[in-house]
Every structure is written in structure tokens, then in C-alpha cells.
Design a protein around this ligand. Structure first.
Ligand code: ADP
Ligand code: MG
Length: 324
């Protein structure tokens, strides 16, 4: 039984992909250059397609992890990326290669790096840039949630920028923990990084789309203050801070931004998932449309929020605004 629950499909993973998986090594078509990042089971490298000179990011995913065959997890990550293919805020998947050790995903290259670099006190962005990035993140999350996908690992390391300076558009990456909701009963798992994860995840309670919105609140807090709201000196302290929703909203931490920022973050960092606004509801929060003294390059006309937030391909159902 133990083995069963560990096999991919019974864990609620998607099992089918359309992208053909080539058995040719990546190096036959690409020149692999520097390393862009790495996690526990993956290394991401910059690569250049030989025929076109186009730059991509190649994510090398190890198939064996902790002595276990995890190919199903890798296939799932591909399948989620395919489901999100028409989401302009999610990195595109161009192809895949397989070797004995790895499956290599060829991904759209996000040249601006992680927004994590903008969460360090010396590099904080102006408020108009922060609200633009949060708007785009919410658009991406809204689009995922409409397909019943939850990301479950949203954090500043997994939100990238298409260009660095001036900051480009965001691209959501890393769908290793993403899940499809609905099909196989309730989803409860201990996943993600304690610092960024919602109380219901730590408490092994049902996971819903609201779980991602907690993380958006954490990301907004970090972009505004340069501090991680729940990070403690050790795991236990972090765990306690999250489950008690122990957040510093002091004036000093928020001196550089409008009071609307605190209001926005307070509405997301709420213990009960059902009391958090949805992504669509968040998109109508006044903070995201507030113009500080310096004008942002994006023209904001006096049109409705609905029109403005639908500049991209998707249509947001913003009728239910009761949370704001
Ligand atoms: P992991 O599952 O190991 O966290 P990620 O998919 O998050 O793997 O990738 C690790 C890091 O590699 C990211 O945090 C980012 O810095 C970099 N990276 C990932 N994908 C891209 C990409 N498409 N373009 C540029 N950098 C990327
Ligand atoms: Mg990651």
C-alpha cells in the first residue's frame, strides 16, 4: 500500500504530456553555457539553440531522488506547464530531452532573474513597480486557478523577470509542487518552504486555491519591506510565526509605501483560507491601481478596473468584490 501511494498517479499527478521527449542529448542542438540557478533536484542552465542563436533555460531534473524513481513527478511538471501554455505569465515549455539521469526541460529564458533580488533592502523597487509586478503575478495565478491548478510554491525565487533594468514582465516558474485540484478528493500535503507556506499546509489541512494567495501576500510583503514576514531563527520559530500569523505591520516597515499596501497584505495573510480574497478579487484592490506621485510608464486611464486588468488574453470575473 505504501508503494502505491508513492507512485505518481495515485498522488494526484498528471500522467500525460504532448511535448515529445527527445532521446538526443541537449548538447546536439544547443550550446550549454552558464548556470542560472539550482534547487534540490534540479539545475537550470542557460543554453543557446545552435540553428537560431536563440537563448533558452534548460532545467535538468534528476529522475532518481532519495533512491526513488521520480520520473512521474518530472512528467507531471511538464504536463502542468503544457496546461498553462496559454498563460502569458507562465514560462513556456519548448521541448524536452531525456538521458539516463535527467529529463531536461527547454524553457523560455527569463533574462531578468528572480524578483527575490528586489526583496533585499538596498534594491527595493518603487511602489508603482511593486504593484505592477503583483498585478501580473495575480493575473498568472488567476489564470492557473481557472484551470484548477494550484502552484503551491510561489515565492520570490520562483517569480522571474523577462528583463532586469528596467524591470520587465513577470514569468512564474517551478511547477514541481503544482497540483490539479478537484479530481481525486481533498489535497493535503506538507510541501513548499515553511517561510512562504500557508498555515493550512503546515497543519495538514485541505489545500485550495487560497493557499497560493497567502503566498502572494508574503511576496508583496517582501517586495515592500525587504523582509520575509515569517522567517524565524529556526524552523520551529518560523512554523509558529506562520500558524499564529505573527506579522510586523509597524510604521517603520511600511514607511515607503501607501497605507493601501498594508490593507492589501493584511487581507491575504489571514489564517482561514476561506477568508482570503481570490486572485480576481485581489485584482480589484485599490492598492494595485493606486498611482503614487511618480507616474508609472503604464498609462492608467479612467476606464474600469475590469478593462484595465484585462489587457492580456484572459478575462477576469471581477463581479464578486465582497472582500474589498
Ligand atoms: P527548483 O525546482 O530546483 O527550485 P526552478 O525551476 O525554481 O527549480 O529553477 C531554479 C532557479 O533557476 C530559479 O529560481 C531561477 O533562478 C532559475 N531559473 C529557472 N527557470 C528559469 C528560466 N526560465 N529563465 C531564467 N532562469 C531560470
Ligand atoms: Mg524553485
Amino acid at each position: 500500500r505504501r508503494l502505491d501511494s508513492r507512485s505518481g498517479l495515485s498522488a494526484g499527478l498528471l500522467g500525460e504530456t504532448q511535448t515529445p521527449i527527445s532521446s538526443e542529448p541537449l548538447e546536439s542542438g544547443y550550446e550549454v553555457t552558464g548556470e542560472l540557478g539550482r534547487g534540490k533536484f534540479a539545475v537550470v542552465k542557460r543554453c543557446v539553440e545552435k540553428t537560431t542563436g536563440k537563448v533558452f533555460a534548460a532545467k535538468f531534473l534528476r529522475k532518481r531522488r532519495r533512491g526513488r524513481d521520480c520520473r512521474a513527478e518530472v512528467i507531471h511538471e511538464m504536463a502542468v506547464l503544457e496546461m498553462a501554455r496559454n498563460n502569458p505569465r507562465v514560462v513556456n515549455l519548448y521541448g524536452a530531452h531525456e538521458t539516463d539521469h535527467d529529463v531536461v526541460l527547454v524553457l523560455e529564458y527569463a533574462a531578468g532573474g528572480e524578483i527575490f533580488d528586489n526583496c533585499v533592502s538596498e534594491e527595493l523597487l518603487p511602489e508603482a513597480q511593486i504593484t505592477r509586478l503583483i498585478r501580473q503575478t495575480l493575473e498568472g495565478v488567476h489564470h492557473l486557478h481557472q484551470s484548477n491548478l494550484v502552484h503551491l510554491d510561489l515565492k520570490p525565487q520562483n517569480i522571474l523577470l523577462t528583463s532586469l533594468s528596467p524591470p520587465g514582465d513577470i514569468k512564474i516558474v517551478d511547477f514541481g509542487l503544482a497540483r490539479r485540484l478537484g479530481s481525486a478528493g481533498e489535497l493535503r500535503e506538507i510541501l513548499g518552504t515553511p517561510e512562504y507556506v500557508a498555515p493550512e499546509v503546515l497543519n495538514y489541512e485541505p489545500i485550495t486555491t487560497a493557499t497560493d494567495l497567502w503566498s502572494v501576500g508574503v511576496i508583496a510583503y517582501m517586495l515592500v519591506t525587504g523582509e520575509s514576514p515569517f522567517a524565524g531563527d529556526d524552523k520551529q520559530e518560523t512554523y509558529l510565526n506562520v500558524s499564529q500569523v505573527n506579522v510586523d505591520y509597524s510604521r517603520e516597515a511600511f514607511s515607503r509605501v501607501s497605507e493601501l499596501a498594508v490593507d492589501f497584505i493584511r487581507k491575504l495573510l489571514v489564517k482561514a483560507p476561506e477568508d482570503r480574497p481570490s486572485a480576481a478579487e485581489c485584482l480589484s484592490h485599490p492598492w494595485l491601481w493606486y498611482q503614487p506621485l511618480c507616474l508609472s510608464p503604464e498609462p492608467v486611464a479612467v476606464r474600469s478596473v475590469r478593462e484595465r486588468s484585462c489587457g492580456t488574453k484572459w478575462a477576469a470575473p471581477l463581479e464578486d468584490k465582497e472582500n474589498f
